[in-house]
Design a protein around this ligand. Structure first.
Ligand SMILES: C[S@@+](CC[C@H](N)C(=O)[O-])C[C@H]1O[C@@H](n2cnc3c(N)ncnc32)[C@H](O)[C@@H]1O
Length: 316
């Protein structure tokens, strides 16, 4: 692209961030992969290139990037606009629960509202300071399992995914965060490869986009692994299996914690008889339910629910 973004040597970081945000807004980009607005995405690019913390102080906006930094900023902005690839893939990393994760095209970009619970805990339902057994189904980059291990040293954690490629990235992230000895990774189709261990917490951010909704999603989502997003006609194919197997995998007093995002309306129909608890979030996000063993047994997972088309494109 011959750039309308050509950069002046005296431009401050703040000026660049504003100009980049305007360019991204004008190009009609979608923001939903770690940021919610162009200005936040421009700040993330700036933080990455200038090696600043993601929540860098306002006085950093007065910095004047070097020629090399200006070239890298311009290149990132150009790639983001031209390819519609989420920024996390362009820079190979994303932040989740205050921790840095490597991401590749084989992993979903971490952004689950479950991050708030991972940091804040699950009281009054579960005390994560206790040596509880935790299973994460669909670990992707490993962000949820790794962050749980990081924040809650007493937990015994197991994490599975059906994608070997994603598991390789998860293993790398566990190593980088120094928690590789705290999380057991394995390949499994939901619960299929697991033994008879009972868990106090089964947590999952499974794929939950209805097949027909995929077409309506912005281009950014087409860069993510389809198997991390799509789950059957009503989006609940994996959620049904998580619930159906919960009674066999939960310990007494244990809980299933599942993000269903845009499929929440359909999931509410499925869970109508179960007394599922729908959780509130301080930092945004919804569509997360908590279900105990009795609740899981009360669900007729074969019940058909109407597929609800994706609305505001915040899937997953
Ligand atoms: C929405 S992504 C979540 C990734 C990560 N936990 C996160 O929150 O960023 C769903 C993950 O589930 C995995 N997955 C899809 N179908 C699965 C299955 N049948 N069994 C296990 N994992 C599955 C995908 O490979 C993907 O990594």
């Amino acid at each position: 692209m011959s750039t309308p973004l050509a950069d002046g040597a005296s431009e401050t970081l703040g000026d660049w961030v504003r100009r980049a945000a305007n360019a991204m807004d004008s190009a009609g980009l979608h923001f939903g992969h770690g940021t919610a607005a162009a200005i936040d995405e421009a700040c993330w690019m700036a933080a990455h290139v200038l090696d600043l913390p993601p929540d860098f102080d306002n006085d950093r906006f007065d910095l004047t990037p070097t020629a090399e930094q200006r070239a890298r900023l311009a290149s990132l902005l150009e790639q983001r606009i031209e390819t519609r690839r989420p920024l996390a893939y362009l820079i190979g990393e994303a932040w989740f629960a205050g921790l840095r994760f490597r991401v590749t095209d084989d992993t979903l970009v971490p952004r689950s509202p479950l991050g708030e619970l991972v940091v804040g805990g699950l009281l009054p339902w579960l005390d994560l300071n206790r040596p509880l057994r935790v299973l994460e189904v669909g670990t992707g980059s490993g962000c949820i399992a790794a962050a749980l291990a990081w924040y809650w040293p007493a937990l015994e954690i197991e994490a599975v995914d059906i994608s070997e490629a994603a598991l390789a990235v998860a293993a790398d992230n566990l190593r980088r965060l120094g928690v590789a000895d705290r999380v057991r990774l394995s390949c499994s189709d939901v619960y299929d490869a697991l033994g008879d261990v009972r868990y106090d917490l089964v947590v999952s951010n499974p794929p939950y986009v209805p097949e027909a909704s995929m077409r309506a999603l912005p281009d950014e989502y087409r860069h993510e692994p389809v198997g991390a997003l799509v789950a059957g006609a009503d989006g609940l194919a994996i959620v049904r299996r998580l619930i159906a197997g919960a009674a066999d995998h939960l310990a007494p007093g244990g809980f299933l914690l599942v993000e269903v995002g845009e499929a929440a309306e359909a999931a509410e129909h499925l869970l109508a008889d179960s007394e599922a608890i729908w959780l509130d979030f301080e930092h945004g996000g919804d569509g997360v339910f908590l279900l105990d063993r009795a609740g899981a047994l009360a669900v007729d997972t074969a019940r058909a629910v109407e597929s609800i088309p994706a609305g505001d494109h915040d899937e997953d």
